[in-house]
Design a binder for this molecule. Structure first.
Ligand SMILES: Cc1cc2nc3c(=O)[nH]c(=O)nc-3n(C[C@H](O)[C@H](O)[C@H](O)COP(=O)(O)OP(=O)(O)OC[C@H]3O[C@@H](n4cnc5c(N)ncnc54)[C@H](O)[C@@H]3O)c2cc1C
Length: 314
């Protein structure tokens, strides 16, 4: 006998700050949300240590602990938090059809996409080993830990330039490691880093190895024109070579930009599909912070609630 297909009012995909905040609001509004955690329950903050910039924690908090608090708060109001990965969606008709772990089918009146984004990494063993111990993909999050110290940043796009300038405000010196003899960044951003006396651009340079046992002590760089290798001492190593939004499963239905960030209707979390909302890093290539993800998570739940109310009134 076929198992009856489950019907839910609000299905939330992802368990980072955006998803859990959407769940808190949706649950308190009586919408009985079901949330699927995906492969990284708690999201990106579970791979970091201290979070010092989330309001409400004056002494800072460890990332995994903070995300436990988010989960408990969402569950307290009745969110069903389930372990599982959404593997396919069909947004071609109402209700929307969601497949979990290639097995279970759910029909949802509204869907909130909060699948986040993943930083791109160089792929070095030392980068993985020292991640969170001086290696970071977020200058705004972790720059403060290196105030007054020397750091390096890899990348040549607008984000890398912006993060280099941000670090230069806090750190004593910033080495910017650029693979070619030119940058991808816009002229205005290039000027900003080139005119900054605290930033030294290392052209035609690649990262050979990040140095240090338990924390970053330096970096060995390779000049890809001359073949010369040298070591510089730094205490922070930032990777700014881009992010990959986790949105591939939605691409047949949802409008996205070239990089895969979901396009939302300005001033809202609405997507091009009625009843499907997007929040957090999956639709934000600018701010990428826990507090902004939580803010848009709140917006998504309110947008879903209004959508459902409008449907009922028709
Ligand atoms: C190392 C590090 C340190 C950081 N430090 C800070 C900091 O100090 N302060 C700060 O404000 N920000 C920090 N950030 C950024 C912050 O973590 C992100 O901006 C925030 O987590 C984005 O929240 P989100 O909910 O949009 O997505 P994420 O946290 O990325 O969560 C995405 C969720 O979606 C789930 N998912 C993905 N695909 C699927 C699927 N198919 N089915 C079901 N679930 C799925 C994942 O399992 C995950 O639970 C840091 C980021 C990193 C990587």
């Amino acid at each position: 006998m076929n198992e009856a297909i489950e019907r839910v009012k609000v299905l939330i995909i992802g368990s980072g700050p955006a998803g859990y905040t959407a769940a808190i609001y949706a649950a308190r509004a009586g919408m009985s949300p079901v949330l699927y955690t995906g492969g990284q329950p708690g999201g990106q903050l579970t791979i970091t240590t201290d979070v010092e910039n989330y309001p409400g924690y004056p002494d800072g908090i460890m990332g995994p602990e903070m995300m436990e608090d988010f989960r408990k708060q969402a569950e307290r109001f009745g969110t069903q938090v389930r372990y599982g990965m959404v593997t396919a969606v069909d947004f071609s008709a109402q209700p929307h059809v969601i497949t979990v772990d290639d097995q279970k089918t759910i029909h949802a009146d509204t869907v909130i996409i909060s699948t986040g984004a993943s930083a791109k990494w160089l792929g070095l063993e030392s980068e993985t080993r020292l991640n969170g111990k001086g290696v970071s993909a977020c200058a705004v999050c972790d720059g403060f830990f290196f105030r007054g110290q020397e750091v390096a940043i890899v990348g040549a796009g607008d984000t890398a330039c912006e993060e280099a300038a941000y670090l230069a405000n806090i750190c004593s010196k910033v080495y910017m490691i650029v693979r070619r003899d030119e940058m991808r960044a816009s002229q205005i951003m290039q000027k900003r880093v080139m005119n900054n006396p605290k930033i030294e651009i290392l052209w035609n340079t690649e990262t050979d190895e990040i140095l240090g046992e338990d924390e970053v002590k330096g970096v060995r760089i390779l000049n890809n024109k001359t073949g010369e290798k040298r070591e510089i001492s730094i205490s922070g190593f930032f990777v700014a070579i881009g992010h990959q939004p986790n949105t591939a499963i939605f691409k047949d239905f949802i409008h996205m930009d070239q990089s895969g960030y979901i396009k939302t209707i300005p001033g809202s979390t609405r997507t091009n599909i009625e009843g499907v909302f997007a929040c957090g890093d999956a639709q934000d290539n600018v701010y990428r912070q826990a507090v902004t993800a939580a803010g848009t998570g709140c917006m998504a739940a309110l947008d879903a609630e209004r959508f459902l109310a409008e449907q009922e009134n028709h």
